[in-house]
Design a protein around this ligand. Structure first.
Ligand SMILES: [Zn+2]
Length: 183
């Protein structure tokens, strides 16, 4: 019997600098071999389901692993992308409907009851590039609970505060109480 849980899947190993497009370190595609950094970034952006193993650019030690299998359902995605037409990173114009949805309070895969929920108030669009950079380079969101969210880098850079296009409507929408926890 066909198992719908198994889809086209790629496992890519690359350095953080290659992910950030700062260097062109060669990457590895499981089952294939060495690939270019550019192809690795393309796969990370395009694969339906991709696991990324990200290595420290200097030591080669793993700094994180990302398995992009937790995806909010389409109706929730539609609401978020209506409220936020583009990637939430300041200055990025990548369309929201071509972006990931990122948890403001991080989702806890080990203890979903303790981490941030997959709800309209806890999600913003982040293009794959910025989402991965945030995950692996240690950027964090700070929700001011007034319709604004700022982004902070681990070395103290704070992105310009960006207002939600429809800050009131965001809170007028009903919560997705029926939304099941992500896989
Ligand atoms: Zn972006």
């Amino acid at each position: 019997m066909f198992d719908e849980g198994r889809r086209t899947h790629a496992t890519v190993t690359l350095t953080l600098d290659a992910l950030a497009a700062l260097r062109e370190d060669a990457a590895q595609l499981a089952g294939h071999g060495t690939i270019t950094a550019d192809l690795a970034r393309t796969l990370a952006d395009a694969a339906e389901s991709v696991t990324l193993l990200v290595l420290d650019s200097d030591t080669g030690r793993p700094v994180g692993i990302s398995d992009r299998t937790y995806r909010p359902r389409q109706h929730l995605r539609d609401k978020i992308t209506t409220l936020f037409p583009t990637c939430y990173f300041t200055g990025c114009t990548k369309p929201a409907d071509a972006s990931d949805l990122d948890h403001i309070v991080p989702f806890d895969h080990g203890r979903p009851d303790r981490g941030g929920p997959t709800t309209i108030d806890n999600l913003v669009p982040a293009c794959r590039h910025h989402h991965l950079l945030k995950t692996f380079a240690g950027w964090t969101y700070h929700d001011h609970h007034d319709g604004t969210i700022t982004l902070h880098s681990p070395i103290g850079i704070t992105s310009a505060t960006r207002h939600a296009p429809l800050p009131l409507a965001r809170h007028d929408l009903q919560p997705d109480d029926d939304e099941p926890p992500p896989l």
